[in-house]
Ligand binder design. Structure first.
Ligand code: ADP
Length: 212
């Protein structure tokens, strides 16, 4: 099963990815996580991505597409994968389709997480993340048991540098200008399923389960 998680920043892509990967036994491929790892390791891709990410802009298609195409060619993706944060532009969606078509493959399901700007803004300004394992917390609704310490692995729980009001606002306009059109593209391919993501977490989780 080859699945794409679509939705604005803060819709809950990272939060709900685990349901899909555990149910379908497929790897989770988050381009945002890959870039953050590249920045941490000081790789050339990381150095290039950082300037865009800090402003809430998109990393150039050529960089992202190459990185994803290499990743989905790895052995653990033979039976499928979950893409989170990719594709984000029409050019990326078309490059992905072409890369898959060359192997006789296609995207089977696109889960479109629908969430209002207001909810997104509220969630992202209060979001915190574990620096080592990526576990997601929220200062209001899901704080770690000990402040600043991850419940899962004891890593540092921090605020992403792009989770500021200014950058979030920019990420939202980038989503509307460049990513939202993918909804119609995948609807046209007959693979898009809408899921309400501004309701409570369990409701969203069970709607996702019912699609798998
Ligand atoms: P969110 O969905 O909360 O915005 P991500 O972790 O998916 O966060 O992405 C963080 C940043 O990484 C984006 O704002 C962008 O700069 C970069 N990025 C991630 N995925 C892509 C992509 N597919 N194309 C271009 N840039 C990307």
């Amino acid at each position: 099963m080859r699945v794409v998680l679509l939705g604005p920043p803060g819709a809950g892509k990272g939060t709900h990815a685990g349901i899909v990967t555990e149910t379908c036994k497929i790897p989770h491929i988050s381009t945002g996580d890959m870039f953050r790892a590249a920045i941490k390791n000081g790789t050339p891709v990381g150095l290039e991505a950082k300037s865009y990410m800090d402003k809430g802009e998109l990393v150039p298609d050529s960089v992202v597409c190459k990185m994803v195409e290499e990743r989905i060619s790895e052995a653990d993706c033979a039976n499928g994968f979950l893409l989170d944060g990719f594709p984000r532009t029409m050019a990326q969606a078309k490059a992905l389709d072409a890369a898959l078509a060359a192997k006789g493959q296609k995207i089977d399901l696109v889960i479109n997480l629908q969430c209002s700007d207001e909810v997104v803004l509220g969630r992202l300004t209060t979001r915190r993340v574990c620096r080592t394992c990526g576990a997601i917390y929220n200062v209001n609704s899901k704080p770690p048991k000990v402040e600043g310490v991850c419940d899962v692995d004891g890593g540092e729980v921090y605020q992403r540098s792009d989770d500021t009001v200014e950058t979030i606002t920019n990420r939202l306009s980038v989503y509307k200008a460049q990513t939202a059109e993918l909804i119609d593209y995948y609807k046209g391919n007959g693979v898009l399923r809408d899921v309400k993501a501004d309701v409570n977490k369990d409701e969203t989780a069970s709607a996702i389960r019912s699609l798998l």
